[in-house]
Design a protein around this ligand. Structure first.
Ligand code: URA
Length: 187
């Protein structure tokens, strides 16, 4: 199925199920080498309608650049295509929250179609949510799987920590650089 058609189906189904919520579609060239899959859009992504344009995205691009990769070289998407948020008790403003199981389950079939259409040489999952979605294993953890290739059906999958994890845990930076090196070796 064509990406445009999958996006149309997904957007229609999403506005029926999550009415009024902006959908952030995947971005990049189909049939490209690497497909990066994140968890869900945040505030900046929702505002601009593009994946990985906020702080975590800038972090991610910084790491990719060290490996000689640019944003235009990869396909970027998320498991959940709407921003998961709750209202702050203090300010009443929107704050991010982790996606709920129901939201994840709703978007997984569309993600699987998207993967088929993009048909990348390598899928890079960023954090636990995409790792579990792609492997269909709800117990898979990034701590166990990061930095090594796993085969899922026809796909080669390379799990990495989520780039936001480095913002909160600077100790992971070295691990991230090492994983990026291994990623390049596997291209
Ligand atoms: N931005 C995204 O698009 N996805 C994430 O998982 C995090 C930030």
């Amino acid at each position: 199925m064509e990406l445009n058609y999958i996006n149309k189906l997904m957007s229609e189904a999403s506005s029926e199920r999550f009415s009024g919520r902006k959908v952030v579609l995947g971005e990049g060239k189909p049939k490209c080498n690497i497909m990066l899959i994140g968890e869900a859009p945040g505030a900046d992504e929702e505002e601009q309608g593009r994946p990985f344009v906020g702080k975590a995205g800038k972090n991610l691009m910084g790491f990719l650049n060290t490996a000689g990769l640019k944003r235009e070289d990869v396909y970027l998407t998320n498991v959940v295509k709407i921003r998961p948020f709750k209202l702050s008790a203090k300010t009443g403003g929107k704050i991010n929250r982790p996606p709920e199981r129901e939201e994840i389950n709703f978007f997984i079939p569309f993600l699987k179609m998207e993967i088929e259409a993009v048909n990348p040489n390598l899928i890079v999952t960023l954090g636990n949510v995409p790792l579990q979605a792609v492997t269909d294993d709800k117990k898979a953890t990034i701590g166990e799987y990061h930095g090594k290739i796993i085969c899922v059906g026809e796909s080669r999958v390379f799990p990495m920590y989520h780039p936001a994890a480095i913002i909160y845990n600077r100790g992971l930076e070295d691990v991230y650089y090492k994983d990026i090196e291994k990623l390049v070796d596997n291209l």
